[in-house]
Design a protein around this ligand. Sequence first.
Ligand code: SF4
Length: 254
Amino acid sequence: MTTDSEKSAGLVNATAELTIAGRKLRLEMPVPAGRARLIELLPFFRYLTDSFVDLAVENAQAAGATVSCRKGCGACCRQLVPIAGIEAQRLRELVEAMPEPRKSVILARFERARQILREAGLLEKLLEPNRIKEDAIVALGLDYFREGIACPFLEDESCSIYAERPLACREYLVVSPAEHCANPSAESVRCVKPVVHTAKAVRGLNAAWSGHATRWLPLILALTWAETHCDDTPERLGTEWVKDAFTRITGREA
Ligand code: SF4
């Protein structure tokens, strides 16, 4: 399936070597050849996230841990998933391009989720994520999880948009027993320790270059949000975006 943001992105492979957490990493990254808006950098952000997650998994395995996430185990897909504005816009493109009746089924799931959130008194808060204080996010996440809302893209307990799943979904892996994920707590669920927080850095980059400055938004409200917010980031050289992204991800001038 090819959508608007993919059609406009002429991607080339760029190579980079970096040392992170004491390990050398050689990257062959898909980046826009010329000028691009931030949404066109999504293949690059996915590649980067997956590369850093692989590194984090190797570190966890070297320390004797085993990743317990498996296909068909979708307990974590009932969590509050934070995404960037460009990810919401991409999900909207993806759903718009779906054939019927799949599109209507997915849209109905989003609508049902919204209804549940409204009845639970959570919708209002989630519609204004910038107002939610950092120290209130964990409690809100638990309230959300208690509602048991499956992600609209979850089918047979597996992600039906696996190649397109958001960056936060890519970063979430656990090394504790899978059965603990159905009833998560800080003590029972142990996540793979990320070497860097790519998803969060991308959300920050998006907020910094966008007029709406949305720091994050919940995946479950992605489609309605994207209806009223376009990608208003400026067109910049792919290399400029990449440099900014690395600076945010590593916390050092790239
Ligand atoms: S997008 Fe996929 S991986 Fe992410 S929460 Fe939804 S079903 Fe799960």
